[in-house]
Design a protein around this ligand. Structure first.
Ligand code: PMP
Length: 388
């Protein structure tokens, strides 16, 4: 039998062969003309994918946490007030991270699986003068998706910068950074952007860049400092070499291939493909009788699904059986419910057939665990949504 499993976790994901080809190609000099061209194109293409025509992209070797760090380090000065809108584990991470740069952090927490009411956010903004607020577009620990629109709007109204952690959303969920008033939108390469782990990707809008320029104190993180990176991004975009830290040459070439594919698909089509696959996965889990962490499908992510295990089934029992049937899934992450649920990633290059195979593998695993359901109910429901 073909020894191939689908990697259906919420990042890293399945990657396109052309992207992996670029990653495995002989490494060029970081000042070679072809590489300069690829880097320059990446910067231009990020503006299109993020829908931020006036944004300044930053491409830096690192993971999504570094992207979070870059936004915080460059904007926060000691004593600044920051509001974290938390819908799970990654909101909590942002709160801890901001404190390292001396921010006074307030956290507004949504109940598990739920979103915050924009009215409650506005009440908080009326009470205290914040420099920035952070929002996790999709919290990968809960599969809860927040609508960034009212938040960006409130940010503009109250003069507060909005930082969007889009690690589990950019290039999958609908995002229109500039139109929606998002000052920084950040992600990592290994999710819907479609490149193996290794790149921190940030787009900062004019207000965020102004806050950085107006700083009274130096940025408290040497590697993250835009003072070091802005000239490099400017040089490569002008098709000239630049050096601060050696760029991850192969990753950037792979990013250029992936961004090209994303734009070729078209953002609107890409958003609707993700939305349809997300709906199909949730419907399949419903059909199998599996409850999900998001309390309402209106705020459930399109990039991943988070079902609870049925009564009597545990992760250590189920997940290896699903893997043996062909799909690698992830266990829980949110500390309150870690052992009660699992996560299915479906973003980036994912095809309808990948989802059907995954739902089939989940059915096989559930059946092998002794769970009673109508075989094929999940697959058939997913297919109905996919071809509707
Ligand atoms: N934010 C979110 C929403 C994430 O899903 C992740 C990674 N799962 C991160 C931040 C951190 O990214 P990384 O693991 O690449 O550091």
């Amino acid at each position: 039998m073909k020894d191939r499993t689908l990697l259906m976790i919420p990042g890293p994901i399945e990657f396109e062969p052309a992207v992996l080809g670029a990653l495995g190609a002989p490494t060029a000099s970081h000042v070679a003309p072809d590489f300069i061209e690829a880097f320059g194109q990446c910067i231009e293409r990020m503006r299109d994918v993020w829908m931020a025509p006036s944004g300044q992209p930053f491409i830096v070797a690192g993971s999504g946490t570094l992207a979070m760090d870059i936004a915080a380090a460059n904007i926060i000065e000691p004593g600044d007030k920051a509001l974290v809108l938390s819908t799970g584990y990654f909101g909590e991470r942002y709160a801890e991270l901001l404190k390292r740069y001396g921010a006074e952090v307030t956290v507004l927490r949504a109940p598990l699986g739920d979103v915050l009411d924009p009215g409650d956010i506005e009440t908080e903004l009326k009470k205290t003068s914040y420099k920035l607020m952070t929002v996790t577009h999709v919290d990968t620990s809960t599969a809860v998706k927040v609508d960034p629109r009212p938040i960006g709007k409130l940010g503009r109204e109250y003069g507060v910068l909005t930082i969007l952690d889009g690690v589990c959303s950019v290039a999958g969920e609908e995002l229109r950074q500039e139109e929606w008033g998002i000052d920084v939108a950040l992600t990592a390469s290994q999710k819907a952007v479609g490149v193996p782990p290794g790149l921190a990707l940030v787009v900062a809008g004019p207000e965020a860049m102004k806050a950085w320029k107006d700083r009274k104190t130096p940025v408290g993180n040497y590697y993250a400092d835009w003072t070091n990176w802005l000239p490099i991004m400017g040089a490569y975009e002008a098709r000239k070499p630049g050096y601060f830290g050696t760029p991850p040459v192969n990753h950037i070439c792979a990013l250029n291939v992936s961004l090209g594919q994303i734009l070729e698909e078209g953002m609107e089509r890409r958003f609707s493909r993700h939305s349809r696959i997300g709906s199909a996965c949730r419907a399949a889990m419903d059909a199998l009788g599996l409850k999900q962490v998001p309390t309402d499908s209106a705020h459930a992510a399109s990039t991943l699904t988070a079902p609870y295990y049925p009564v009597g089934v545990t992760g250590p029992e189920l997940l290896p059986k699903v893997k043996a049937a062909g799909a690698v899934l992830a266990g829980g992450l949110h500390p309150d419910i870690k052992n009660s649920y699992f996560r299915i990633g479906h973003m980036g290059a994912v095809k309808p057939g990948d989802l059907l195979a995954t739902v089939g593998a989940i059915e096989s695993g559930l059946s092998a665990c002794g769970y009673k359901f109508e075989p094929g109910a999940g697959v058939s429901t997913a297919q109905q949504v996919l071809i509707a």
